[in-house]
Design a protein around this ligand. Structure first.
Ligand code: DI6
Ligand code: FE
Length: 420
């Protein structure tokens, strides 16, 4: 909405949003501002605070004035752990699990991740992009403006690079910032059966350097687990990442305690993810290195896990907790980040405030984007969401309801404002 049709062309700001209730997520807690104003210039937040503190009349300061109509505005949501690019689905395996088979049994019998590998190897770049687009759409509709996407269903050079290329293509086509993670060490491909060390050599010497040289890798991940790779093998992948100057993260302690959290912390890792079985020593190591705990309630729920991640230890040691969908066909076929907020509160007893911080401030930290994303602060990307809610806790409270009333990314409205 423009103010009175007058456009102030020499104003310093492109636009200012007035009449907003802000959950800046800066500092601690919601960082709430009841009668807030938020100004945008050149795609970034130029000014944010109480409207009463604006350094002049809004009409003089900004070319366009938007009325937020008392809606809440939060930072754009960040889904910092997904495997959303893949071929096929695993609904059949879901049925098998409900007849009594476990996730590990299915994996050991050559199903699980490997069946998605077969489907992904058979998919073209276009097919990977279009199937992922359908799954990302509901996330974008919920205000997701940054998403992490992993490889790990190719397990050979061509398919790993094709997956990462599909992730980059999604970032070009859709109004979302994509951060990629190389997850070649996700599972052992059939052609390397009983030769896990040789597969790790192949990843470290060939696939990862090729993906990095093509500009396709923002971070390097691995699955450190009895059904996947040992701490030793994981460390060889981390060493290769280090040689390439890439940050690391890890699927750690999802099904058992392998000491993965301490290992990734030793490499100054961005995050350790899952962590149901992490020890206090692992948590302390993460605290010392500033490694974020990425909690994934979708996988916990879908695998009917009963061991809770030790969120009391994370709190006590001051480890930042992020939340993500883990969107993948096997353990978390989830495409709602808001649902994860609800699950984090009901299943993990996180507070709604912690849950929202987990998909904003700490989601950004988990991706190494804390300086540019995750809070409403001057200088950061003008990525934010308008919500038809009475209080921020509502974002975690409802189940299967989307109160998103508009999305702004890089200062531009990318999802039309609802006029309700
Ligand atoms: N842990 C998970 O939960 C996903 N990957 C991983 O390392 C599951 C991936 C899958 O089952 O396809
Ligand atoms: Fe995962």
């Amino acid at each position: 909405m423009e103010s009175g049709g007058k456009v102030q062309w020499d104003a310093q700001w492109d636009a200012v949003w007035l009449n907003a209730r802000l959950a800046t997520m800066a500092g601690s807690g919601y960082g709430a501002v009841e009668d807030g104003a938020l100004a945008v210039a050149d795609g970034r937040i130029a000014w944010v605070g109480p409207r009463a503190d604006l350094p002049g009349a809004p009409e003089r300061l900004a070319r366009i004035i938007h009325d937020a109509k008392r809606r809440w505005i939060t930072p754009g949501l960040i889904d910092c752990h997904t495997h959303i690019v893949h071929g096929g689905d695993r609904a059949g395996e879901f049925e098998l699990r409900l007849k009594g088979a476990t996730y590990e049994e299915i994996a050991r019998a050559g199903g699980g991740i490997r069946s998605t590998v077969t489907a992904t190897r058979a998919a073209s770049l276009d097919e990977l992009v279009s199937s992922a687009t359908r799954r990302i759409a509901p996330l974008l509709a919920e205000g997701v403006t940054v998403i992490e996407i992993k490889s790990g269903y190719g397990l050979d050079r061509d398919t790993e690079l094709r997956m990462l290329g599909a992730a980059r293509e999604l970032g070009r086509r859709l109004p979302v910032t994509v951060r990629t993670s190389f997850l070649g060490a996700h599972a052992l491909p059939a052609e390397y059966a009983d030769r896990a060390d040789a597969y790790i050599d192949y990843l470290a010497a060939d696939v990862l350097p090729a993906a990095a040289a093509a500009g396709l890798v923002d971070a390097v991940d691995a699955f450190c687990e009895k059904i996947a790779f040992t701490p030793d093998q994981t460390e060889r992948i981390f060493a290769a990442a280090k040689r390439l100057g890439l940050p690391v993260k890890l699927h750690a302690e999802q099904l058992s305690d392998q000491g993965g959290a301490a290992l990734v912390a030793r490499y100054g890792g961005l995050s350790a993810d899952h962590l149901e079985f992490v020890s206090e020593a692992g948590v302390a190591a993460m605290a010392a290195s500033g490694t974020v705990a990425v909690l994934l309630p979708g996988a916990f729920y879908f695998l009917r896990e009963t061991k809770l991640p030790p969120f009391d230890l994370f709190r006590r040691h001051g480890v930042a907790m992020a939340l993500a969908t883990d969107s993948n066909p096997g353990s978390s076929p989830a495409t709602s980040l808001l649902l994860m907020l609800n699950m984090a509160c009901t299943l993990f007893r996180m507070t709604p405030e912690e849950a929202l911080a987990g998909v904003t401030r700490y989601g950004a930290k988990a991706l190494g984007l804390a300086a540019s994303h995750g809070t409403l602060e001057a200088g950061k990307a003008a990525d934010f969401v308008l919500w038809d809610i009475a209080r921020p806790a509502e974002l975690a409270y409802r189940i299967g309801f989307n109160p998103c009333a508009g999305v702004v990314r890089g200062g531009a409205i990318v999802r039309a404002l609802s006029h309700a």
